[in-house]
Each structure stands twice: as C-alpha cells, then as structure tokens.
Design a protein around this ligand. Structure first.
Ligand code: SF4
Ligand code: SF4
Length: 441
C-alpha cells in the first residue's frame, strides 16, 4: 500500500496546529521534505520532547516520506539552541538550525528560511517543491508504517500549574484531567487554552478533549493580558481602535507575512474596517487580510496602543470567502532580518516569561476515566459517526470516518476501551469505568 494511503487509514492529521490531512500532502511531488521542529509558540515543548525520545521513529518515517515524495533531501528544522545536541541523535538527517524568533515555525516562513524559496500568496509549499510536516506528524507516520492507528497525542501542560509536564496521552483526554495531572492550577481564577498564548484559544476544560492538533494545554490567570485581549468583544475593539489607532504602521512593519512580501497590512485593515462602519461591503477592499495567519504579533507585540489588529484581521478573514490573497511586493522585505521578533523578548513582552519552566516528559499517573474524542476535521466535511450511545468499543476501533467521496477526511479511532456515553457529529465520549480494561494495545 502506498504510504499516503497507510497514513490516511491510520487517521493522521497534521499535528502542527492547522490539522491539514497528511496523506494529501504526501501525494505531492517535492524535492525537499522539511520536518518542522521549530516549535516557536512560547511555552511549547512537545516537539522537543518527541525529537529527544523518538529519534529512531522520526528517522524511519522521514525516509519513508522522502521516498513517497521522490524528494532528494530531508531537513530537520529545529531551534538553534537544540541543533547541536539533536544532530548527534539524527545521524544521516541534515539538521537545520532555525533562528529563535517568532513565528519561525510558520510554514511559509520556514520554507523560505530553509530553502530560500518564497511560496506565492495563493500557493502552498509543494508548489515550490517543498513539503513540510510537524515532528509529531512524522512520528505518527512511523507508526502508520507498522499498521498502528492514531489514538494518542503529545501535549505539554504548562503555564500557571504546579508541575508542568509533557506526555503522550490518549486522544480525547479531558483538559481538566491534564491540569490536575500537573498538580492543578496555582491561581484560583484561571483560564485554559488549547495552544499557546499567541495562537491558542480558550476552552472549557471539563468538556474539551486533547486533539491530534493539541500541543499545549496552557493555564493562565484570568486577569492575564492575553486573556483580557482575547475576551474583548469585537465591538469594543472597534470602539477603542476608532479612537486610538494612530496609523503608525507598527503592526504592518512587524507582520511576518508583510515582511515576506505578501500584501498583509493590518494598519490598512484597521482604517478601512472602521471607516466602512464595521461591515464588509466589498471583500476585495479587505483582501489584505486574507493572507493573515493569525500569528498575533501585531496585537500582542507590535501595537504601541495595545489595540487588536489581529482581532480585526480574524473577523475580516471570516467574512471574506474565497478572496485571492494579495501578492504584495512578491519578495521579502529588505529589513526582514532586523525586524524578526526574538522569542525571549516576546515572552517578556506578553508576560509569560515567569511560566517559562521545564516541562519534563513523563507518563500519566493514571488514565482518564473518560475521553472526549473530537470527530470534526478542519478540512473535511462532516464525518460519519459509526457508534452510538451504549456501544462497547475497543482501543483502536473506528468511531467515525469520512463519507464516500470525501478525500480530505481521515478515520477516527477509539483511544480507550469502554462504552460510548455520548455521540454526535462533533464528539464521541467513551467511558472506561463501565468496562474492565481501558487503555491498551
Ligand atoms: S500598530 Fe496599533 S496604532 Fe499603529 S497602526 Fe497598527 S493598530 Fe494602529
Ligand atoms: S496576526 Fe497580525 S502580525 Fe500576524 S499575520 Fe496577521 S496581520 Fe500579520
């Protein structure tokens, strides 16, 4: 069986955050395969933990993907500070040291920094001969080559918790369980994120299970500026911006997409949005928002007035539909090297430096009683859910899968043995206390 089919059958989505189906990428032709271990979100550690703990698997899978793509080269891109140590573990794989700037792990940024090739605005990396996969995706590919199915995910639990850690956990492990495993929150009033402070989103920890795309479960005090920024109603953002945006352009001048030469100009979005009365009457007028990746630098780092161009860009992107992304200059800005934001400075600026502690790898002390398995996929239509309440399921049994003709969806497998306590088009909850056994295989 071709590797792409095995990867699809194993239920593998890209673990880097976007959840793009890996099998679709591996049907491309490319001359370079880049393993993305840049891990630039502040406080994230799981890629580093995988690289240290699973080098043999990553090397085997890298060779398999390389052969599938017909690639000449495999590059492992990792933070500068780790490159030398990892090079010893990865003999035969070229280790590329990535500058410790944010967002070094953005695909277009990484492809440019590693290959010197700029991905055109409306294109994807394979269009310039490169395929990029997150480290954890590559680890999962190794397992797929052995016929194993995706039923775990690697997460770091960090922020305002007693004992940050990194572990491989059953898919769907509730965020509340993971916070408790970390010794609990160290503050009374807190908020939990799936993801980092720059690109993560608030979750309800009792109701949210870790996904294949979850790399960091982050706890922050309720009054933290990242939280207050995220919670500001858009109408409030609009009012503040209408009176406080000075059109200084700092948000644009530090935008990683603008610096790569794309037409992403948040200061213009601010001006246009507010002068148009908060409506998107002519989508092409706002096309400069289409190429925004939501990295958050404009909002949390660049803006001297502490207003939120990212929120406006997010809103506009959600309303634009299929608008072509602006190509802009078509080449990286001459000042790009000097304008990249060092990771250490970013952590201080957004007040997460006190939480920048080691998160050592360990096993879970116990298994969760139940898992909340996500059966939605960002690039697929609704999956067919194949279990119902009361059904008994075994570890690795399919609980949902793509409908006939859906080329983007991948199957979803049970991560615990137990009974289905709930199933709908968004999640399947499996409770292991109703059946002896539990997590096995
Ligand atoms: S950085 Fe802030 S004040 Fe300056 S143009 Fe952007 S949104 Fe306006
Ligand atoms: S969030 Fe802001 S800085 Fe990041 S890509 Fe979008 S506009 Fe640029």
């Amino acid at each position: 069986m071709a590797l792409a089919e095995a990867v699809r059958d194993a239920g593998i989505l890209g673990a880097g955050g976007a959840g793009f189906p890996a099998h679709v990428k591996y049907k491309s032709e490319a001359d370079i395969f880049i393993i993305n271990g840049a891990e630039c979100e502040p406080l994230a550690h799981k890629d580093g933990a995988i690289l240290e703990a699973r080098a043999a698997d990553v090397v085997v899978a890298a060779a398999a993907v390389r052969a599938e793509l017909g690639a000449k080269e495999v590059i492992l891109a990792v933070k500068e500070s780790r490159a030398r140590a990892l090079a010893k573990l990865y003999g035969g794989v070229e280790v590329f040291p990535v500058a410790e700037v944010y967002p070094a792990g953005d695909e277009a940024v990484l492809v440019y920094d590693v290959t010197g090739r700029r991905v055109p605005a409306d294109a994807v990396p394979p269009d310039v001969g490169a395929v990029v996969s997150n480290v954890e995706t590559v680890l999962n590919v190794a397992r797929a080559t052995r016929g194993e199915r995706a039923r775990t995910t690697w997460v770091t639990v960090g922020g305002a918790v007693a004992a940050p850690f990194t572990a491989e956990v059953p898919l769907g492990t509730p965020a509340s369980f993971l916070v408790a495993e970390a010794g609990g929150a160290t503050v009374a009033d807190y908020v939990v994120f799936d993801g980092g402070p720059m690109m993560g989103g608030e979750i309800a920890p009792e109701e949210y299970g870790a996904k294949l795309t979850t790399g960091l479960v982050l706890v922050l005090p309720k009054g933290h500026r990242v939280i207050t920024n995220n919670r500001l109603p858009l109408e409030h953002v609009r009012t503040i911006a209408g009176s406080a945006c000075t059109q200084c352009r700092d948000c644009t001048e530090l935008c990683p997409r603008y610096l790569l030469g794309y037409d992403v100009t948040p200061h213009l979005s601010m001006r246009r949005f507010f002068s148009w009365g908060g409506e998107v009457a002519d989508p092409s007028f706002f096309a400069n928002a289409a190429g925004c990746t939501g990295c958050g630098l404009c909002e949390l780092y660049a803006c001297p007035m502490a207003i939120s161009p990212r929120r406006v860009q997010d809103y506009l992107r959600g309303r634009l539909g299929a608008v072509s992304k602006g190509e802009g200059e078509g080449r990286p800005h001459a000042d790009r090297p000097g304008r990249q934001v060092p990771a250490a400075r970013l952590k201080k600026r957004i007040d997460v430096a006190p939480y920048d502690r080691p998160a050592p790898r360990r096993d879970l002390g116990d298994l969760p009683r139940r898992v909340i398995v996500d059966v939605t996929q960002p690039y697929a239509p609704s999956l067919e859910v194949r279990v119902g309440e009361g059904d008994r399921v075994e570890v690795g049994q399919g609980v949902a899968g793509p409908a006939p003709g859906d080329e983007m969806g991948v199957p979803v497998y049970a991560s615990l043995a137990g009974r289905v306590a709930f199933a709908d088009a968004e999640k399947v909850i499996i409770d292991r206390t109703q059946v002896a056994g539990g997590y096995g295989g």
